[in-house]
Ligand binder design. Structure first.
Ligand code: PRP
Ligand code: URA
Length: 208
């Protein structure tokens, strides 16, 4: 069974409350998603491998550490785009793939419309990015695509998760650890996370 990491940090809790607030502007929402993704990135990258390297300080030569080119970020379009800049600023050498999925509003089933992934994805630690893990259908389908292209090491990072979505992803992909900034109560009859934050894509891009 995969592990579920629920962030436990006052900075994240404070920012999540602002993200939830219906009165938060599009600009502030976007900045807050970026900031929470950055803070979560610290946790989700804890086990990246380090390679030893020589470093010359002004005083002496010493042994330093580098993270080699080993990460691929895969945002689920479109809301996942809101988390990319934060992770890119932490790991500038990361490659970025994109998966386009939207939930059919009637069936709540994910519909694919785009998939472009790094060609060497099988060698990389993949971080799948999507602010919302609701029914889990989109994340489970995205991870299916990524595995079909050969990826072996995958983690899922979401700002808000519902227990239903966590269970679906854990059942479909027991090898994929999940990181959420907050774990909410559940889903309403329309498949929205409650209390949640509403529609993440709309709030990021101002399409309400
Ligand atoms: C949202 C969200 C996830 C998905 C979560 O995207 O960003 O991708 O719903 O729901 P699920 O867990 O029930 O599949 P949406 O379909 O609204 O598309 P958008 O990002 O283009 O707005
Ligand atoms: N997608 C969203 O953007 N929000 C939800 O609450 C559920 C799915």
């Amino acid at each position: 069974m995969s592990k579920l990491f629920v962030m436990d940090h006052p900075l994240i809790a404070h920012k999540i409350s602002m993200i939830r607030d219906v009165n938060t502007s599009v600009k502030d929402f976007r900045e807050l998603v970026n900031e929470v993704a950055l803070l979560m990135g610290y946790e989700a990258t804890k086990d990246l491998e380090l390679t030893k390297t020589k470093v010359q300080t002004p005083l002496a030569e010493t042994v330093g550490n580098v993270i080699e080119k080993q990460v691929a970020l895969v945002p689920i379009l479109r809301a996942g785009l809101g988390m990319v800049d934060a992770l890119m600023s932490l790991i500038p050498a990361a490659k970025v793939g994109h998966i386009g999925l939207y939930r059919d509003h009637e069936t709540l089933q994910p519909v694919e419309y785009y998939c472009k992934l790094p060609t060497d994805i099988e060698k990389r630690q993949v971080l799948v990015l999507d602010p919302m893990l609701a029914t889990g259908g989109s994340a489970a389908a995205a991870i299916d695509f990524i595995k079909q292209r050969g990826a072996k090491k995958i983690k899922l990072m979401c700002i808000i998760g519902a227990p239903e979505g966590v269970a679906v992803v854990q059942k479909a992909h027991p090898d994929v650890d999940i990181y959420v900034a907050a774990l909410d109560e559940g889903l309403n009859e329309h498949g929205y996370i409650v209390p949640g934050l509403g529609d993440a894509g709309d709030r990021l891009f101002g399409t309400m």
